[in-house]
Design a protein around this ligand. Structure first.
Ligand code: AMP
Length: 590
């Protein structure tokens, strides 16, 4: 351990350095260091478009290609400072556009100083973020001549990284551990690094990378520009900033609130055994660009299988899946080949896919930070998004804690019932037919083909236009029943769970009468079975026989009364005729 490292680690405990003014965006116009002193910095409020920064055409073209219209606040604040060559200490969350805020001016600098063979090193806490940041650099420099970026991180082939590092490389993005390994082995030459970026510095510290980071910084050339971005600004970060940054521009973008406000946050009261069914129902309403967070790897695969059976295009992201396959999965999600991702927290860290519109917290997150991270996968860069949290009885008080620590009210959402699902199916089908009609209208080839088919159907099969239209709709509906008529009494029960719970004085009664008393008048029908005490029948025999013979869920069975020669059982109203027939022939204990 170097002395320098020792000093900082011990300083962390006894810090009494002056605090940074957190709420102030403080930018000094003074140029202290930097290699472009001729740069004409505009006042932040006079910056509108990207061309106000003075970028060269190639960068502007790449931004155009990406569809970026205007810079985000963090970009407006940071880019001019970095163009001047200043160090920068930025407090901003992911989703604010912070990657472009440091990547664009650094690419500009590389474009200008090609002959110097300068290099940029970016350190990130995770390999996911490393790939993402490297991808951003590649896309922002896609129109620039000969700017090469490489990502190096653990968990992937060391040799191929050595080969990449041997070539001409301008930007290296990586995780501290792997960067250290390459420096130690002499496979990463760092003498030309003139800019270092620490991205998500607070995360790196949390993950215990402090010593590695300091080890690396100590090895880098002294005269370099340094950028430090962090979502939070704990003392440890302030100490690092104070130790390594030279007269930095300090920028804080208060985005946390605004960002989470763009995400509509809801919770659903749900007992464990109904979660999957509730999930299926939610996905009936919204199934394009969804991430489902679960706690274990095995759950990612079992849920994905269930959803695949239900006809969704699903992929899994968990720690067992090799890195290159994970990247491939994220790419397929980005391109729309996959619509739903079932993921664990670690595997989905830093995931940045614009088309994610819904985040489902299938399992309750471990803490508020995990929750904020999960829901931050949607609502990226000013877009809106939706987040749903499954909450069971025992998790109820955590929900309050979550609301307090995120300073956000999370409202209750009801599980979609059959009516809502059926309306949605109807809407989707009519919309699809309508848009397909409009699309085909423009397509002359298809139009000719369709007219041909119409003629054949009319002449050869003597069908009229209405009959043909009906047959086509029939084809579009497919073989499965169009409207769902599945048992939904349990939904009523879940949605009323809270009301039921708050009825304190009936606490014990609820338990003893259990499924019996509460819904007697609401959604039940009483069935009589000709077996009773004389046949040594017990409640468990009745429930298991019904569940085995029909698709009725045991939890939805109401009151059961066993008399001497017969039993009365409350079952959900409006059962299918087929189910009723099965009940008629039901055998209980033979
Ligand atoms: P970041 O905070 O760097 O993780 O960026 C979040 C998302 O915003 C990424 O998907 C970027 O592609 C996108 N983004 C960054 N800057 C802009 C911009 N000026 N206009 C539109 N999207 C942007």
């Amino acid at each position: 351990m170097t002395n320098k490292r020792k000093t900082l680690s011990s300083k962390l405990e006894e810090d009494n350095s002056p605090r940074l003014e957190e709420d102030k965006i403080q930018i000094e116009n003074k140029i202290s260091i930097g290699d472009d002193k001729n740069y004409q910095k505009k006042e932040t409020n006079s910056i509108e478009g990207f061309d106000d920064f003075g970028f060269n055409k190639s960068i502007l073209n790449s931004l155009d290609k990406k569809g970026y219209k205007n810079p985000t606040p963090i970009q407006k604040e940071s880019i001019p400072e970095l163009m001047l060559g200043r160090d920068l200490l930025g407090q901003a969350q992911t989703g604010t556009g912070k990657t472009a805020a440091f990547a664009l001016p650094l690419i500009e600098k590389l474009n200008k100083n090609k002959e110097i063979n300068a290099k940029v090193l970016v350190m990130t806490p995770t390999r996911e973020l490393a790939t993402q940041v490297a991808e951003s650099f590649k896309s922002y420099s896609s129109e620039s001549d000969d700017i090469k970026t490489v990502a190096i991180y653990g968990g992937t082939d060391f040799r191929s990284q050595i080969i990449s590092l041997k070539k001409k490389i301008d930007i290296v993005v990586g995780t501290p551990g792997r960067i250290m390994d390459h420096i130690r082995q002499g496979t990463f030459k760092i003498d030309k690094i003139n800019c270092l970026v620490l991205d998500e510095a607070d995360e790196m510290l949390k993950m215990g990378f402090l010593e590695d980071i300091e080890w690396i910084i100590d090895k880098l050339p002294e005269d370099k520009q340094m950028v430090l971005f962090s979502a939070t600004m704990p003392n440890e970060i302030k100490i690092i900033a104070k130790k390594y940054l030279k007269d930095p521009a300090e920028i804080k973008i208060k985005s946390i609130k605004k960002e989470s406000q763009l995400i509509s946050q809801k919770f659903i009261n749900i007992q464990r055994h109904f979660k999957l069914e509730a999930l299926r129902r939610i996905l009936e309403i919204n199934n394009e660009g969804v991430i489902i967070f679960v706690r274990t790897k095995s759950l990612t695969t079992s849920i994905a299988e269930e959803l695949e059976i239900a006809g969704h295009s699903v992929a899994v992201l968990n720690g067992d899946i090799p890195q290159n396959q994970r990247e491939n999965t994220v790419d397929r999600l980005r391109k729309g080949f996959v619509n739903i991702l079932v993921a664990t927290d670690v595997a989905a860290r830093g995931l940045d896919v614009d088309r994610i519109k819904l985040v489902i917290n299938y399992d309750f997150p471990f803490d508020a930070e995990t929750y904020t991270h999960r829901i931050g996968r949607t609502g990226r860069a000013g877009r809106t998004g939706e987040a749903i949290l499954f909450v069971n009885r025992r998790e109820k008080h955590f929900l309050k804690n979550l609301e307090n620590s995120t300073k956000n009210k999370i409202d209750e959402l009801e599980i979609p019932n059959n009516k809502i699902i059926n309306e949605k199916r109807m809407d989707k089908l009519t919309n699809d037919i309508n848009s397909s009609f409009k699309l085909k209208e423009r397509d002359n080839d298809n139009k000719a083909l369709m007219i041909d088919i119409l003629d054949t159907l009319k002449v050869k099969y003597s069908l009229n236009e209405e009959q043909i239209a009906m047959a086509a709709i029939n084809l579009a509906i497919g073989k499965k029943p169009f409207f769902t008529n599945e048992d939904e009494t349990w939904i009523f029960k879940q949605n009323n769970f809270e009301r039921e719970r708050s009825n304190k004085n009936s606490n014990n009664r609820i338990r003893s009468s259990n499924r019996r008393s509460n819904y007697q008048n609401s959604g039940f029908e009483t069935f009589k079975f000709n077996v009773g005490k004389s046949n040594r029948i017990r409640v468990a025999n009745i429930i298991s026989s019904i569940c085995l013979a029909t698709n009725i869920n045991g939890r939805t069975i109401g009151k059961i009364q066993i008399f001497n020669d017969y039993s009365l059982v409350d079952l959900p109203k409006n059962l299918h005729t087929e189910t009723k027939q099965k009940l008629k022939n039901l055998k209980i204990r033979n």
